[in-house]
Design a binder for this molecule. Sequence first.
Ligand SMILES: [Zn+2]
Length: 454
Amino acid sequence: MMKFHFVTRKKRGIQILLKYFYHHQRASQLFQPLHILPKDATVKKDELISLSQKLLLDCGIVRPRGNGMYAFLPLGQRVLAKLTNIIDEEMKLIGAQKLLLPTLTSGHLWKKTGRWELTGDELIKVKDRHEKDYVISPTHEEAVVDMLAETYSLTHRNLPLRLYQISSKFRDEANPRFGLLRCKEFLMKDLYTFDKDEASAVSTYEQVSKAYDAVFQRLGVPYVKVAGDCGTIGGSFSHEYHYPAAIGQDILLICNGCGSAVNSELANNSDTTTCPLCGSVTTTTKGIEVGHTFLLGTKYSAPLNCSYQNEKGKPSLVQMGCYGIGVSRVLAAAVEALSCETGIRWPWVIAPYKVCIISPKRGSKEANAASWVNFLANTIGSIEGFHDDIIIDDRDTFTIGKRVMEAKKVGYPIIIVVGKSACELVPRFELIDITNSNVLLFSHVELLDFLRCK
Ligand SMILES: [Zn+2]
C-alpha cells in the first residue's frame, strides 16, 4: 500500500511557531563588531562626536561607511524595524496606506515646482546616459503628486487620500556630523495627504497630529511640539517635534506662561526672552527635530496640476499636507536624550532585544546550571511580547562580569544572569533592571511573573 507523507497546514503552522519560539539569537553568532579604541588613543579636539554617535559605534549598532554614511548592523536594524512597526500601526489607524516610490525623481518635476533651483547644494542631482536630469530624492512631494495627477482620475469620492512610505532619503550635507543626526542618507517616513477642500485638509492635519502624538507617546521619550518654520517645503503652517538634547541644532522657546512653544527661527526680531503670544518669560531649550508636519494647500497640486472631480463634476485642485518622521534620526535622538557615557538607554518598545540572558562561565563552579539558560529563554519566550525579544550571551569563555558590563552598555533593558544562585536547592536568577539599576534575585516562577507585568 502506498503511504502518503504530508504535513497538514495546521501541523506545519505549529512547527513554524515552535521554531520561532525556540530560536533565540546567540551573542556568539551576532554580527556586532565592537569599536574599541586602543588605550593610548586620544580623540582629536576638533573632532565633534555626539554621545549617540559614540555609543552606537562602540556597541556595534551602526558602522560608518564613509563620511555621513552608516550601515545599520543587525541590532540597529532591529530597532528600525520596531520603529517602523509602531509607525505602521498608527498610520493604519488613520487610514493611511503604505507604498514605495522610486529613489530617483525626474528633474523636470522639481523644475516645475521651482525646487530644482531653490533647494541649493544639498539637493543631489544626477544625469542618466541620455542626459536626463534626476534628483536622488530628499523628499517626494513632486513624485507623489505627479503620480496622482497623471495616472489616476480622482473624484471627490476618493478623498481624503493618505499615502506614506518609509524609505532612504538623501541630502548632500556640507558638514556631516553627530553620526545619524546629520548625515547624507537617512531613513524617513513621509506621508502625503490629499483633501477636497481646506476644511477637510485641516481636519486631516489634526488627525495626523494626533497619530504623531501617539507615536511619540508610545516611544516614551519626552518631546516638545513647537510651531515650526515652513522652510523650503513651504505651505501655510507647520509643527515640529523635538527631543530636547544639549547637542540639538534647534533652539526652542517654551513660554512659562501659556505653555506655547516655538522654534526660535520663527520668533519675531531677536527677542527670544518674551512670549510672542502672552508676553511671559520664555525658557530656552535645545532640541533635535524628529518629526515635522506641514499644511501645504495647493503649493504642489497647482504647478503639477493635480485635481479631482468635485461634486458638480468640475475639476478642482487637491489640498495637501505632508508629514515626516526621521526614523533613523529618532533612533539616534532617543539614544542622545536618554543615555549616559556608560551606556545606551533605549525606550522599552524599541530596545534591540528586551532580555539578555547570560550563561555561566565555562569551567566555573556554576557551569552545570547552564541547562537553565535555554529553559529560561523558552519560558520567557512564551510570554506575550517576548517571543522574538531574547538574546542569549553564550560566550562562556568570558566572565559573567564582563558580559554584564557589555549588556549594560548595549542597553538591554532586562539582563538575567544564570550564576551561583542558580545552583542552590531552589535555583534563583539575578535580574538586572537597567532602567532603575535594581538587582533582584528571583526563582523561575517569580521571574516569569515579573516579566508578565512588564
Ligand atoms: Zn505665552
